[in-house]
Write a protein that binds this ligand. Structure first.
Ligand code: SAH
Length: 386
């Protein structure tokens, strides 16, 4: 087996995004398996990680920062050098969708042709900060988000026309205005320059609407495996009252509602995502699902006080894991099953320790490789109440 290898990417070191690229894919999977064993082995057997058959160009969401090169003469686009605000030029990436990369290069060429400037963080002058491209792998729909430092975008109609001539496959173009001095890519203001302002994708047989700002899993091939495992673990029989906590645009909840839940309630903090979730339910003709916009921890605490009942809880929190408020309330609500989907084995270990100390037993732990070449690990874990 090939173990160490020369990283394939010329900016491997500067970018820092693919920490494991110096390992063969087989070794990467072994590295992740070992890490899961070390962090989570105390809770039970770790199933063998589910890897990808073609672990390249899997990302359906690509973003690039725009800047002048260090000499100031040329516009560049790419990623921030790790830990800095220097842009490392990148035209194509092994993990990113190829079409998205091509569009970003076209935008850069058009900037020059239109004599437009990249935004300068120090002076606050110039126009373009970032370009974000999202692609529905299941539908082919393509969204381009032009993130500008000011709302004023002269010649935007003409710019959009030219971009569409180069890439007629683009289905929507959005301008997002970010005039803040933060490292967040997207600002709050948005206007649609072309098309409906969102794309639709198909995942696990359901249609999903994706807005510029709502979360959507970035590797749809592996997401189908991940959600498939989550449903297998939940063993829904047609009657269960299900909670989908940290539900985003409702992906897990909708799949659950279609595959045997009696009813589903989704809880999510991001307003845009909740709107998308409600639309998604309607578009899929799913009637047994409801959504609420709230902090998951506060919602759970209230539900516990009011003596609500859930049979099965799916939770899919961000990297920080679930809050103690959430876990405490979960234990008092006492669902028979919890299916925990995690993108961080460290916070998962912390949260499993809490649940194990409060009448839950870890039954199964399944890692899924959602982010080949990076050190990130996704897992799904089944817990049952003792
Ligand atoms: N289950 C979804 C989204 C998972 S990502 C999917 O698979 O697509 C985590 C989600 O948690 C994001 O949508 C984020 O907006 C949301 N979130 C973050 N903090 C939250 C909180 N305190 N309460 C509720 N939702 C939160």
């Amino acid at each position: 087996m090939e173990v160490q290898r020369e990283p394939q990417c010329p900016v491997y070191r500067k970018c820092g995004g693919c920490q494991l690229q110096n390992l063969s894919y087989e070794r990467q999977l072994q590295w992740k398996q070992d890490r899961c064993r070390k962090l989570l082995g105390q809770f039970g057997k770790i199933e063998p990680i589910l890897g990808m058959e073609h672990p390249y160009h899997y990302r359906n969401k690509v973003q690039a920062a725009f800047a002048w090169d260090k000499r100031g003469g040329k516009i560049i686009s790419g990623v921030y050098q790790s830990g800095t605000h220097w842009v490392v030029p990148v035209d194509s990436c092994l993990t990113e969708d190829k079409k998205a990369d091509e569009i970003i290069v076209s935008v850069r060429k058009l900037l020059k042709a239109f004599k437009l400037r990249p935004y300068d963080e120090d002076t606050g002058r110039g126009l373009l900060r970032h370009v974000l491209v999202k692609r529905g792998f299941g539908t082919g729909e393509l969204m381009v988000v032009l993130v500008t430092g000011t709302p004023v975008f002269t010649a935007k109609r003409h710019f959009v026309e030219e971009l569409l001539k180069l890439h007629p496959e683009i289905t929507t173009i959005v301008q997002n205005v970010n005039d803040t001095r933060t490292s967040m890519v997207l600002g709050r203001r948005e206007s649609t320059l072309y098309g409906p302002g969102y794309i639709t994708d198909i995942l696990c047989g359901c249609k999903f609407r994706i807005s510029p700002r709502s979360f959507y899993q970035i590797n749809p091939v592996q997401t189908e495996l991940l959600y498939g495992k989550a449903m297998e673990y939940a063993e829904l029989s047609g009657t269960e009252k299900v909670l989908d906590a940290y539900c985003g645009i409702g992906t897990i909840g909708l799949v659950a509602a279609k595959s045997g839940a009696g009813s589903v309630l989704g809880v999510e903090l991001n307003r845009d995502a909740v709107k998308d979730a409600i639309t998604n339910a309607r578009e899929n003709g799913v009637k047994n699902i409801y959504f609420t916009c709230a902090d998951a921890g506060e919602f759970m605490a209230d539900a516990a006080i009011e003596g609500e009942h859930f049979d099965t809880v799916f939770l899919d929190p961000p990297r920080a894991g679930a809050s103690e408020e959430f876990l405490g309330a979960l234990c008092s609500l006492a669902p028979k099953k919890a299916v925990y989907i995690s993108c961080n084995p460290e916070t998962l270990a912390r949260d499993l320790r809490f649940l194990q100390a409060n009448h839950y037993k870890v039954q199964k732990i399944q890692p899924v490789d959602m982010f080949p070449h990076t050190q990130h690990i996704e897992l799904v874990c089944l817990l049952s109440r003792l």
